[in-house]
Design a protein around this ligand. Structure first.
Ligand SMILES: *Cc1c(COP(=O)(O)O)cnc(C)c1O
Length: 235
């Protein structure tokens, strides 16, 4: 099969199973966005998925993403940064990504707002929460999440629109369910404590092996690489 045919077929399978999971939990499939995570894959892979109708793509490294972003500048692709972001790359990230899923630091949040303002861009941000406490290196605890939301209230260009979680890897997707559920509950708690609904619109959770479970628990964005592009050979 050609790359186009393989990726189109994988995308169709993923979209169908997203729809199934949404309907099974009484949700509207239109409320869940598929982010195709193209890290380590070539521009050709991105363009194949684009031709199959995919519009949201995710990368985990700024440098690698910038090349793909430059080569797709004439397309309506929205780029998402799903990997850790160091604050010294905040300016580049704010000028290049439609959405940054990995905000976990006050200094980073502040720099993103300043950079987005300067670049004349509006950038959406998600606060990455660490609910695992041991396995994951990045993300904030609940207290700091609340403080980031407080800080982000004043932002006009880099606006917080939700939460992201990356649970510790487990073979059984059911092991991720408590993390997904906890993220949804945290959204509800922040809401109840007075955080504006516009800042809590998105829940970014679920990857290739566990996205149906994440959708059952309320995901509005799923980040899927392997199931679309195949196994990664690098990293
Ligand atoms: C790589 C990555 C994904 C996609 O993982 P797959 O298992 O290939 O679907 C999702 N989220 C983040 C943060 C990633 O780094």
């Amino acid at each position: 099969m050609s790359l186009d045919a393989t990726i189109a077929s994988n995308l169709a399978i993923v979209r169908a199973s997203m729809e199934r999971a949404a309907r099974a939990s009484g949700r509207d499939p239109a409320d869940i966005r598929l982010i195709a995570v193209s890290k380590t894959f070539s521009l050709e892979h991105v363009l194949s998925a684009f031709r199959a109708g995919q519009r949201d793509f995710g990368e985990n490294r700024v440098q690698e993403a910038l090349q793909k972003i430059a080569h797709t500048a004439d397309t309506p692709i929205s780029w998402h940064l799903v990997g850790h972001l160091q604050s010294n790359k905040a300016a580049k990230a704010a000028a290049s990504f439609a959405c940054i899923h990995s905000v976990d630091d006050e200094e980073l949040l502040r720099k993103l707002e300043i950079s987005a303002l300067e670049a004349g861009r509006s950038t959406e941000l998600l606060v990455q929460v660490d609910l695992g406490r041991e396995a994951t290196k990045h993300g904030v605890d609940l207290e700091r999440a609340a403080s980031l939301f407080e800080m982000g209230r004043q932002h006009r260009s880099a606006r917080i629109v939700g939460l992201m979680v990356l649970p510790p890897f487990a073979d059984d997707p059911e092991d991720a369910r408590p993390f997904f559920r906890r993220l949804r509950e945290l959204r509800d708690e922040l809401r109840a404590s007075g955080v504006d609904a516009t800042m809590l619109r998105e829940l970014s959770m679920g990857m290739s092996h566990d996205y149906p479970v994440a959708i059952e628990e309320g995901a509005t964005m799923v980040r899927i690489g392997t199931a679309i592009f195949g196994e990664r050979t690098r990293r």
